[in-house]
Design a protein around this ligand. Structure first.
Ligand code: SF4
Length: 404
């Protein structure tokens, strides 16, 4: 079952909202209703930029003009026994991704250092798999301790799958600040995207992390075939769960997975989805996550008017646009990198280049596909062409310089 959420919104019977009035109500403490949420998704294309402007008033109230930069380190890649349909690391995936077992602590910390040099104030340490063993948690705890020792100002978020009793507390004791586990989609759609674990398993893990005092990071993958109602269901579930940080991933349909060839989003539909999350959860960190380059395309910086957080550089198994371009994009749109307010993002980008040259790297942030937007597009950004995920071939697990 696939549903084009952009087309579904167009044919929706939901009444479009007066975005400015709605944002003003939310600013005064109004809790977004389901009808209003569906109305946001039903906003016509021509009214979507004004919707972004309205949602932007909430973003600016809580986050000013700062953009939080996060950096992913893939500690263990591929070979997962789970069957999440959207994932290139799933059981049976024939996507030719990098596959490797645990990085050593030194390697993980060194990889994180590149992102930190690029202005990242949070490092996300991620491992494939259903969930960690206690030994795995000890291994990651050592990495967290080492990273915190070298970079005490940087937040560390672990993302290791479904947790067992005591594991969240172990990570917290080691110095981890946050735990990521995405709900991904609505409870009603969940059985269609994964059969090897349940939606409730995911909720339980988020709650375990919260109970241990870790900040919860839980978000979405959109473009899976969800209806507008299911998308609203998922966003409201995150609101009820109290997720502090909400990453929104736009499906990257890897060849070799069941979602291969699934393209259900448009750049304006992506903006409406981000606006929905902002209106529902006005004071939460909203992160534009995987797939932004290929789905938002030329509207990436426009999306920063709604979202206040991005990943720098590459994703777990695919390459993003060059980290230097990310920083330039932030600067060009008049934003500043959180924690680097004294420097413009362009200066951060320059420092990143200098650090890379000092380390003997040729170029800190080469784009994938040789100078395009890093998503395999050969026709230039904003052309409207669909762009396939470009498999990651640099950074963690390789001998190549990372994209940071
Ligand atoms: S999302 Fe996580 S649990 Fe699911 S297949 Fe991918 S790595 Fe495994």
């Amino acid at each position: 079952m696939t549903l084009n959420i952009a087309a579904a919104a167009e044919s929706s019977s939901a009444a479009p909202v007066n975005a400015e009035e709605l944002a003003a109500k939310v600013l005064e403490g109004h809790k977004l209703t389901e009808a209003e949420a569906l109305g946001i998704l039903a906003t016509p294309d021509y009214a979507t930029l004004p919707l972004v402007g309205a949602a932007g008033t909430l973003r600016r109230k809580y986050f000013g003009n700062s953009v939080k930069v996060n950096y992913l380190v893939n500690l263990k890649s591929g070979l997962c026994p789970e069957d999440c349909t959207y994932c290139s690391q799933r059981l049976g995936s024939t996507a030719e991704i990098l596959k490797y077992t645990w990085l050593k602590a030194d390697e993980a910390v060194a990889q994180a250092g590149y992102g930190i040099a690029g202005g990242a104030s949070r490092v996300c340490m991620v491992a494939s798999g259903k969930g960690p063993t206690d030994r795995d948690v000890d291994r990651v705890a050592t990495m967290v301790e080492q990273l915190k020792e070298e970079h005490p100002q940087v937040e560390v978020c672990a993302c290791l799958g479904i947790l067992k009793d005591g594991q969240a507390a172990r990570l917290k004791d080691a110095g981890a600040d946050a735990y990521n586990h995405n709900l991904n989609t609505s409870e009603s759609l969940y059985p269609e995207i994964c059969t090897s674990h349940s939606y409730q398993d995911r909720v339980n893990t988020v709650q375990q992390a919260q109970a241990a005092g870790l900040s919860s990071c839980s978000g979405l993958i959109v473009g899976l075939g969800e209806t507008p109602e299911q998308l609203v269901e998922a966003v409201f579930a995150l609101r009820e769960l109290g997720s502090e940080s909400i990453p929104v991933n736009f499906l990257m349909p890897f060849d070799g997975t069941p979602m291969e060839g699934t393209w259900l989003l448009t750049p304006l539909a992506c903006l409406r989805i981000l606006a929905l999350v902002r209106m529902a959860c006005p004071d939460k960190e909203l992160r534009i996550a995987g797939g932004r380059e290929m789905h938002l395309r030329s509207l990436q910086s426009t999306a920063l008017e709604v979202a206040n957080s991005i990943f720098l550089g590459d994703y777990l198994t695919s390459e993003g646009q060059g980290a230097k371009k990310d920083l330039e994009m932030i600067a060009d749109a008049g934003f500043v990198v959180l924690g680097q307010e004294a420097s413009s993002p362009a200066e951060v980008a320059r420092r990143l280049q200098e650090a890379a040259h000092a380390a003997g790297h040729q170029e800190a942030a080469p784009d994938a596909a040789g100078g395009g937007c890093g998503t395999g597009c050969s026709t230039g950004c904003g052309s409207g062409a669909q762009r396939e995920p470009v498999l990651r071939r640099r950074g963690a697990g390789t001998k190549e310089d990372p994209n940071a």
